[in-house]
Design a binder for this molecule. Structure first.
Ligand code: GLA
Length: 380
């Protein structure tokens, strides 16, 4: 449906057929939050919500794009003479990806893009990475190359760091590029080595939106990243990935107690992500549940990235799920979604419990969807 909308928007805007359609998925992170930019481990899966880009070459040296989801807002810039900030937020991502592809010699001389998606925005499900990866893959294909997924992810991350201003890690771009249907991926964010972990066939992944939207670029996210870097410097390690809990607990003297708590979250979360990959591979949902509960508390108390509405949503989900599975906040934080992992035969009951037991700050019910794990970027 996104493909049809993107193609229709392309025809409307440019009066011709697109040469290709590329889709890239959003993602839900099962565990391993704010570990990626600490060279650590994450366990996301790509979800069946995506962004589709309809694309065609242009011989006028321009990059023109239109967003079907933003009332047809459009953007127009010169492809080869640098990229200033755009008038529309979404267009910064498009221009940023084009800029890094140009630098890498992978962009076409000119292009037309029409974009349509259904990854909820500002919800911790990586609508931005799905846009970046779809645009990057489409532009590279138009430029004549099929780009390696790891390279594409690195370029897209750079686009977001340098052109959008969010110092994000590489998890979202990696999973959008390399997701595998039916699997979560344990990603080592230092080496980019991925281990595919099958989701148990009797498990359902439930995503519920707190109704609180976050804005990532800058602000709290970048603060957390700086605090992690301060902690790594204090301990004399390249990244918090290189620290274990004993060393952390012994060597904290002289470090700002807030920074110490930030580091404790990262160190314990890395260990949880590794343990979770094994638990998931073994089909052990109760063990996953314990790890997810500990992860949520660590995000709430040590990393301080949850908000009361999300804490409440997670509590409602945990109460409905019981020891058979688990729930936690997912994504960068400060609002957004919770993820639950439950035996499939409990999914309806959990969805009902959320519908009855949770209200967003504005009084509305949570948007809930049961999703399946999909593949990474591909032609649509
Ligand atoms: C955002 C960032 C990711 C990651 C998560 C937190 O989604 O884009 O790189 O840091 O937050 O785990």
């Amino acid at each position: 449906m996104n493909a049809a909308r993107a193609a229709a928007a392309y025809r409307r805007q440019f009066g011709s057929e697109p040469a290709l359609l590329v889709r890239a998925p959003g993602r839900v992170n099962l565990i391993g939050e704010h570990t990626d930019y600490n060279d650590g481990f994450v366990l996301p899966c790509a979800i069946d919500r995506d962004t589709v880009v309809a694309a065609g070459l242009a011989d006028d040296g321009r990059l023109r794009s239109v967003a079907a989801d933003f009332a047809g807002e459009d953007d127009d810039c010169n492809m080869s003479s640098g990229f200033a900030a755009a008038r529309h937020g979404w267009a910064d991502y498009v221009r940023g990806v084009a800029a890094v592809l140009c630098e890498a010699g992978l962009a076409p001389g000119g292009a037309r893009l029409a974009i349509a998606g259904n990854v909820p925005l500002g919800s911790g499900l990586s609508s931005s990475a799905s846009l970046e990866i779809a645009v990057g893959s489409a532009l590279a294909r138009l430029g004549g190359s099929e780009i390696d997924p790891d390279r594409l992810a690195q370029l897209a991350q750079r686009a977001e760091n340098e052109h959008v201003g969010c110092q994000c890690g590489i998890m979202d771009q990696m999973i959008a590029a390399r997701g595998i249907a039916g699997h979560a991926l344990l990603i080592d964010c230092r080496s980019l080595v991925c281990r595919a972990v099958p989701l148990p066939s009797d498990a359902a992944v439930i995503i519920a939106h707190s109704g609180v939207r976050h804005a990532h670029a800058g602000g709290e996210y970048n603060d957390r990243r700086r605090q992690c870097e301060d902690a790594a410097r204090h301990f004399g390690v390249a990244a918090l990935r290189d620290l274990d809990l004993t060393t952390l607990e012994r060597g904290g003297a002289g470090l700002d107690p807030v920074v110490l708590r930030r580091a404790r979250h990262v160190v314990t979360e890395n260990a949880r992500a590794l343990a979770a990959a094994d638990a998931l591979a073994a089909g052990d949902l109760p063990a996953m549940g314990e790890l997810m509960a500990a992860s949520h508390l660590s995000m709430r108390d040590d990393f301080e990235i949850t908000v009361p509405a999300v804490d409440e949503l997670v509590a409602v989900m945990q109460a409905a799920i019981g020891p058979a599975g688990g729930a936690r906040m997912t994504g960068g934080g400060f609002g957004g979604c919770a993820v639950g992992l439950v035996p499939r035969d409990r999914a309806d009951a959990v969805c009902n419990a959320i519908a009855q037991g949770y209200r967003a700050p504005d009084g509305s019910a949570a948007e809930v969807f049961v999703c399946s794990a999909t593949g990474g970027v591909s032609l649509a």
